[in-house]
Design a protein around this ligand. Sequence first.
Ligand SMILES: Nc1ncnc2c1ncn2[C@@H]1O[C@H](COP(=O)(O)OP(=O)(O)OP(=O)(O)O)[C@@H](O)[C@H]1O
Ligand SMILES: [Mg+2]
Length: 354
Amino acid sequence: MTQQEILNILGDVRHPGKGDKSVIELGMVKGVEVEGNRVTVTLSFPKHRDPLTEYLVGSTRATIIRAFGEGIEAEVKTVVEEAPAAAKKKSLDLDFSQVSGVKHIIGVASGKGGVGKSTVAVNLAIALARLGFKVGLADADVYGPSVPVMTATEGQTPLAENDGDKEWIMPIEKYGVKWMSIGYFAEKGQALIWRGPMACNALKQMVLQVVWGELDYLLIDMPPGTGDIHISLVQDIPMEGAVIVTTPQTVALADVEKGVNMFLNPGISKPVFGLVENMAWFTPEEHPDEKYYIFGKDGGRKMAEEMGIDLLGQIPLVQSIREGGDQGEPVALGTRPDGLAFISLAEALSSKLG
Ligand SMILES: Nc1ncnc2c1ncn2[C@@H]1O[C@H](COP(=O)(O)OP(=O)(O)OP(=O)(O)O)[C@@H](O)[C@H]1O
Ligand SMILES: [Mg+2]
């Protein structure tokens, strides 16, 4: 009794639910092991509780015993394999074809929430575009997407394109930048509740399923924090490195360390291109030349020095930056000092990356 002999007779075991094709033709035989007078066959089923599982297991055993006699010990094992549709979806998530024309993919991250990461990411994207670069921004904050509001593109629906079994999403273009956000797919005012793997997939899709075309920079506004989602995102997306946003308070130092370590840890080892100190000082709207260091002076610079990373830019705390975000007209579109702070940041980053 050989493996080949067993395979030959398994051609007689037919699946009545699949046009009477044999288990061999259907690719259901995943293994045949022969040891003396003992044979073990493994059959795979595409879903749990295929109503014909019992029938096929019995029929396989009976066919083997009929061919080789009662002295044979025949065991039939079953395994459940992912349906082909699910398998395809998996490969789609990690299909890098849409980012193959992107020169630099950069994560914009922070150790903790609310430090102005999205404000910096959106303004930096616009500032890079104003310097003449081709830029895209993926809002990967599945918990609180901010790009639609900050660019006044709420209510727009990205077009989808079918290419065989794949679906590609067209980004929204405005202010010279290509934008993508999970917010475009949510009902207005509806809270997005994503957990674990679902959140991971959603944000990978925001990067990999979008038709970015040729870009110099693709910024990724990462969700706040440094959890599993972040690690999975940084590992699965061909990110070149990161920019970390912080505020100058000394209490923020520990969070920055967490943010930086997330990229430097051995499983990930991506460079941190630098720190952006947001709300570095306060400037009243009516006195644009005054600087009040309400959180202490140069906290960000010291932090950067301590950690041995560059300080790429300092952004003041000014009312117009918040208003620009709320009204969907980011300050980086203008030429006032608040906007120019983002232009210098864009210059620092682009000269660092070449
Ligand atoms: N430099 C600044 N001057 C004035 N307001 C600012 C500045 N930076 C951010 N803000 C305001 O602070 C609030 C939080 O900013 P933002 O949403 O960018 O933070 P975030 O780090 O992305 O938050 P989250 O962690 O929730 O994603 C917003 O209302 C924004 O307009
Ligand atoms: Mg944000």
